[in-house]
Design a protein around this ligand. Structure first.
Ligand SMILES: Cc1ncc(COP(=O)(O)O)c(C=O)c1O
Length: 393
């Protein structure tokens, strides 16, 4: 593409870090052996996977035997939720989740409903937070799992997962969190936070696509899950299939970098996000979607009244002018082909029109302040033009 791109869609996916790519390259080229082969060549791949597992576990204070590599967060979520359902159904068939979860969770729960499970979808308040009392009220003697996402992909809203985990455990239910957006951005200690199951995805933290992991608690209160994908017995029988060595090495490198640079990334990204947000909120008839305080530092989701977000996204990626292409999003990338309003925003009380007038900007570590200045100017121009179009003359 000849146009300059200002990429502010880091919650959809991130650009791979050069250092991650460098770590992966040998395993894509010369060092291509199967990690399960017993010859010396295979041993090198095996050692690389071992190192990566350590790096991934270290980022979230887990043990290496608690990590299972998957193709991404969606698969990890399926493995976890369906696994708990299958293994613990004798204890009960009730699951609690939240209406603003990613579809990977919601659709897995919907599937389980067709298999006789009951699911409670907790509501959220206007700021996207759930009411802790609602969790307590929803718990039943047959609840086997409470699954609440850590950071919302559309708004960045952070739930108080530690408190929810405690409540779930007090009722003898497991606690899972979809931490796909949080891993690598904010510190996570699975043990201290009482997390039993947690998913992550490489491409959300400057790693490659097609690789993710599921944390499955093995220390006190061990969780047993059945496999979702059967075959050669890889990943301790939990996820068969030849290991994606370059992807795993990439995920490991991305985790190690995130661990080291999290604080400096936060300072940089937060400053850019806050500047962008403050400027955009000065535009007439705009408001912030989501709790301002309990929120990821890289995300801002803004309602621009009377502006069609699809038209705005098109306007920001107009190929016929010499302005840079600004990549932002409405809803989540995974459902952006959908003509439905965002289920996250409507659950937060927005009507359909306002939901279709909201835009998510998600900043990343490669974002630069000059790009933010340009974005503010172009967004203002775009909004002015779109609003002019609907105003009576
Ligand atoms: C919160 C959340 N959960 C799950 C997923 C699915 O991740 P993956 O693309 O790795 O399957 C995403 C991706 O958008 C996400 O944002």
């Amino acid at each position: 593409m000849n146009k300059q791109v200002i990429y502010l869609d880091n919650n959809a996916t991130t650009q791979i870090d050069e250092r991650v790519l460098d770590a992966m390259m040998p395993f894509l080229k010369d060092n291509f052996a199967n990690a399960n082969s017993t010859h010396l060549f295979g041993v090198e791949s095996h050692e690389a996977v071992k190192k990566a597992r350590r790096q991934v576990a270290d980022l979230i204070s887990a043990e290496t035997n608690e990590m299972v590599f998957t193709s991404g967060a969606t698969e990890a979520i399926n493995l976890a939720i369906k696994g708990v359902a299958e293994n613990y159904e004798k204890k009960g068939k009730h699951i609690i989740t939240v209406s603003t979860e990613h579809y990977a969770v919601l659709d897995t729960c919907k599937y389980l409903e067709t298999k006789g499970f009951e699911v409670t979808y907790l509501p959220v308040a206007n700021d996207g937070l759930i009411n802790i009392e609602d969790v307590k009220l929803a718990l039943r003697h047959d609840t086997i799992l409470v699954t609440v996402m850590y950071a919302n992909n559309e708004t960045g809203v952070l739930q108080n997962i530690q408190e929810i985990a405690e409540i779930a455990h007090a009722a003898d239910a497991y606690f899972m969190t979809d931490a796909t957006q949080a891993v690598g951005k904010i510190p996570i200690d699975v043990d201290n936070m009482g997390i039993d199951l947690m998913c992550m995805s490489g491409h959300k933290l400057y790693g490659p696509k097609g690789i993710g992991a599921l944390y499955i608690r093995q220390r006190n209160n061990r969780i047993k899950l059945p496999a979702l994908i059967h075959g050669g017995g890889h990943e301790r029988g939990l996820r068969s299939g030849t290991l994606n060595v370059p992807g795993i090495v990439g995920l490991g490198a991305a985790c190690a970098i995130a661990k080291k640079e999290m604080r400096q990334n936060e300072q940089h990204i937060k400053a850019l996000r806050d500047y962008l947000e403050n400027e955009l909120l000065q535009i007439e008839d705009t408001s912030l979607n989501g709790n301002k305080k309990h929120r990821l530092y890289n995300t801002t989701n803004i309602l621009f009244k009377d502006v069609d977000s699809d038209a705005m996204i098109m306007g920001l990626s107009n190929m016929e002018n010499d302005l840079p292409l600004i990549a932002v999003s409405n809803g989540s990338a995974c459902t952006s082909a959908s003509i439905e309003p965002s289920h996250v925003l409507t659950a937060m009380g927005l009507n359909e029109i306002d939901s279709f007038s909201s835009i998510r900007f998600s900043i990343g570590k490669f974002s630069r302040i000059e790009q933010i200045y340009i974005t503010i100017e172009v967004v203002k121009k775009c909004i002015y033009e779109l609003r002019e179009m609907i105003l009576p003359i």
